[in-house]
Ligand binder design. Structure first.
Ligand code: CA
Ligand code: CA
Length: 209
């Protein structure tokens, strides 16, 4: 403790504003004339973590790398060699929701050879406006007459294909079920899955020999 100077005055008027799916901006009032800087804490109730230290007289902080559609709480305190101030008010904000993607088409084809047959399923990925989305990773699993998982990443045309070969000729059909679609900045909304041109539900398709 430095007896020559008192601890700084607490900051006030903390506000938190979400500016994207991954960033919240903070601002506060600098009420101290003897602070060394400010500690920024994130959390809630009795569970807080210091996430940043900023210089004296700084009154803003941008917290980046956050999860979409998530609420975060913040508080700020000033510090100097004598100690820390009280905390500011607590402020919270909720990051924006990520745009969603879904399956917009499933198409199956088969190729029968002498000793086995193979099935292919082509998946189209749509955005909210049903535009085709490239670079999305589709993961799923085979069932029925086949087993195992499969994945593919949509091309510039927004589609990709998974294949299953070596299916026994005694197997009449195989089924592929989409379990997930991932792309940075988007969330997968399977409720929106549909098929633009046939009778599948956009999630599961059966390919018949
Ligand atoms: Ca100051
Ligand atoms: Ca289709």
């Amino acid at each position: 403790v430095n007896d020559d100077q008192p601890a700084p005055a607490a900051p006030g008027n903390l506000t938190a504003t979400a500016v994207s799916t991954s960033q919240i901006n903070l601002s506060w009032t600098d009420n101290a004339d003897n602070e060394s800087g400010y500690y920024v804490e994130r959390g809630a109730d009795t569970n807080w973590t210091r996430i940043a230290t900023v210089d004296a007289n700084v009154r803003t902080y941008s917290n980046t790398g956050l999860a979409a559609n998530t609420t975060y709480g913040y508080r700020v305190q000033a510090y100097n060699a004598s100690g820390v101030s009280g905390y500011s008010n607590t402020a919270s904000a909720t990051t924006a929701s990520a745009p969603t993607i879904h399956v917009g088409d499933l198409d199956g084809t088969r190729s029968v050879a002498k000793k086995s047959w193979s099935a292919s399923v082509t998946i189209a990925v749509h955005n909210t406006g049903h535009g085709l989305v490239s670079g999305a990773q589709v993961t799923g699993a085979w069932s029925g007459g086949a087993s195992g998982t499969a994945s593919c990443t949509t091309s510039r045309k927004g589609v990709c294909t998974v294949n299953k070969s070596g299916i026994l000729l005694t197997t009449g059909s195989v089924t592929f079920t989409v379990n997930g679609v991932t792309l940075a900045g988007y969330s997968y909304d399977p409720v929106q899955n549909h098929d633009v041109d046939s009778g599948t539900d956009g999630t599961t398709i059966t390919v018949t020999k």
